[in-house]
Design a protein around this ligand. Structure first.
Ligand SMILES: [Zn+2]
Length: 566
């Protein structure tokens, strides 16, 4: 064909391509007090104490971002702004609804669609088969799009006992920059392997995981032109088979269908988000109700990442665990140290380093579950200045260059000061999944931390210092190892082998002797402390502790009777 014919064909294809339309028919507005003519704006309200958050909520303003504790962004009208200022709040206008309407544009084609991302990950995995693989982590809730994980490491097709990090993007559909940042880093690591010694050593020694696009359904609403402000996933809330219904589409606080994936994690889930299904902060009907959060959860449970970044927009700030009614996180010192290092390596558009601040523990956010349930030091990185979600595509690379040193810091830090080791059975050498405590940092605020089930490996990022390690497992004696010195360089290694309980060893001194008999008698008849666990004193294995266990022990110790054993 001649050039003109090509142009004609392309023109015809473009002309007849279906133009995606918003599906707004049959939609009864859920929030009756919403009034479009009542023009709103996004305002940053600064908090000087945590109680001010409650005061603010009483004012009836919509809270747009409550991740932070130093300030919150709220959506309100002029009257409400005046009222807040009269009450003494410092409130700066970030953007008005009129300004946002003026910004409307179709998404720049430089941003990847789901299909383009899929093809790109495919070709990268084919190009670098020894160090890269693409893996399905599950499918999206509504439209069953495959959620892609991408792993970079030496011997990529095997699970290796290496420290692991995770980067994810696009929990919130319109925060598309996270996808691009993940993809840029993927390419830099693959390109640099073998030629850049630093990258080569990271890829050799670390398992680096990416989920560039956690929310492909919501993202499709953005790339298909349904709404540039779509936030949630694609769940058909009212079950009418009309997808992506919205009340308005020019404001990220608009009421829409879907679940806010970053309120759907199972850690203080019921304390955060909104129970209102149309609300932009809707947390879902139950923790992990959405298959997107299930996909990332299952990956994290299996691989136990040490460090992770979840990308959002906007704010140019690093938010980390946590503020919980005045009680800092048990790992506050090292969490803060890493937050400082991360933020100081990332550069804002105006040239300053990123800010960093604590996030609230009281919400089912990704970082709260990753840290609180797994002990992964998880950081929310809000890229882009206010109030940007989707800057022109030619800015993607410059945003990446400004954020990249922070991303690389994860790879550096995960191989630096920490305590790590493998836990085994002292007799069989079987790898054990056991609870690991560092007594100086112990707190019931977080769930018990365990070694992983793949390698019996625990890893704990720490500041240099002296620590006491304790390892606990049902049926085994607790091991306590004190005076462990963590230096400023590479990880300190402390393996541990656990010894199984000896039945009858009521006082837990690891030998059977007359003192165990005395311990049982004291417990039964003189109000002495109970054996812990009780079953260890059950010498005759009759499922209760009684005087017959003391007799069994005496028979064994002095009269050649059978040993206690269950
Ligand atoms: Zn977000």
């Amino acid at each position: 064909m001649k050039l003109q014919s090509y142009i004609l064909v392309i023109f015809l294809i473009l002309f007849f391509l279906p133009v995606p339309k918003p599906f707004a028919q049959n939609f009864t507005p859920f929030n009756k007090d919403y009034n479009k003519s009542d023009s709103k704006m996004i305002v940053r309200v600064y908090l000087t104490s945590f109680s001010q958050m409650d005061e603010l909520k009483k004012e009836g303003v919509e809270i747009v971002s409550e991740e932070g504790t130093k300030w919150v962004d709220v959506s309100l009208n002029n009257q409400q702004l005046e009222a807040l200022r009269k009450k003494g709040f410092r409130a700066d206008i970030l953007v008005t609804q009129e300004e946002l309407r003026g910004l409307k544009f179709l998404i720049d084609p430089q941003y990847h669609t789901y299909e383009e991302l899929t093809l790109e990950l495919d070709s990268l995995a084919q190009l670098y088969p020894a160090i890269a693989k693409k893996e399905s982590l599950g499918v999206s809730t509504q439209e069953q799009r495959t959620i892609w994980g991408f792993k970079i490491s030496k011997d990529v097709n095997q699970d290796k006992d290496k420290p692991r990090v995770l980067f994810d993007g696009v929990h919130h559909a319109c925060e598309v920059m996270g996808l691009e940042l993940c993809l840029h880093l993927i390419k830099d690591l693959l390109d640099g392997y073998g030629s850049n010694p630093q990258i080569t050593s990271w890829v050799d020694g670390t398992e680096i995981w990416f989920i560039p696009l956690l929310n492909p359904d919501g993202h499709s609403a953005v790339t298909n032109g349904i709404s540039l402000y779509w936030r949630k996933n694609g769940r058909d809330i009212d079950g009418d088979n009309i997808l992506y219904e919205y009340q308005c589409n020019d404001w990220w606080t608009c009421y829409t269908e879907g679940v806010n994936l970053n309120r759907n994690y199972d850690f203080n889930w019921s304390s955060g988000g909104s129970p209102n299904p149309w609300h932009y902060d809707y947390r879902g009907s139950a923790p992990f109700s959405e298959s997107e959060t299930q996909a990332i959860r299952d990956l994290a449970l299996k691989y136990k990442f040490s460090l992770s970044i979840t990308f959002h927009s906007y704010g140019e700030v690093v938010i980390y665990p946590w503020y919980w009614s005045g009680t800092p996180a048990p790992d506050d010192l090292s969490l803060t140290d890493i937050a400082y290092n991360l933020s100081s390596r990332m550069t804002k558009e105006i040239g300053d380093p990123y800010n960093f601040q604590l996030g609230s523990a009281l919400s089912g956010m990704n970082t709260n579950w990753f840290y609180g349930a797994l002990g992964d030091f998880a950081y929310t990185v809000e890229v882009l200045p206010y109030p940007q979600f989707i800057p022109p595509g030619n800015q993607i690379d410059s945003v990446y260059q400004k954020v990249k040193p922070g991303m690389l810091y994860l790879l550096e830090r995960v191989n630096a000061p920490s305590l790590t080791g493998i836990i085994t059975d002292s007799v069989t050498s079987e790898l054990l999944k056991a609870e690991v405590r560092i007594l100086e940092l112990y707190s019931t605020q977080v769930l018990p931390r365990t070694s992983d089930s793949l390698f019996g490996r625990y890893r704990w990022l720490l500041l240099p210092g002296n620590y006491t390690l304790q390892i606990l497992k049902d049926g085994y004696y607790t091991e306590t190892i004190s005076g462990l010195n963590v230096g400023s360089g590479s990880p300190t290694v402390k393996d541990a082998s656990l010894v199984k309980f000896k039945t009858g060893d009521a006082n837990l001194d690891r030998t059977l002797s007359v003192s165990d008999v005395v311990f049982i008698i004291n417990y039964l008849f003189k109000g002495g402390p109970a054996p812990s666990p009780l079953y260890i004193a059950d010498a005759n294995c009759d499922t209760k502790v009684s005087v017959s266990d003391a007799v069994h022990l005496i028979n064994y110790l002095f009269k050649g009777g059978p040993p206690p054993s269950c």
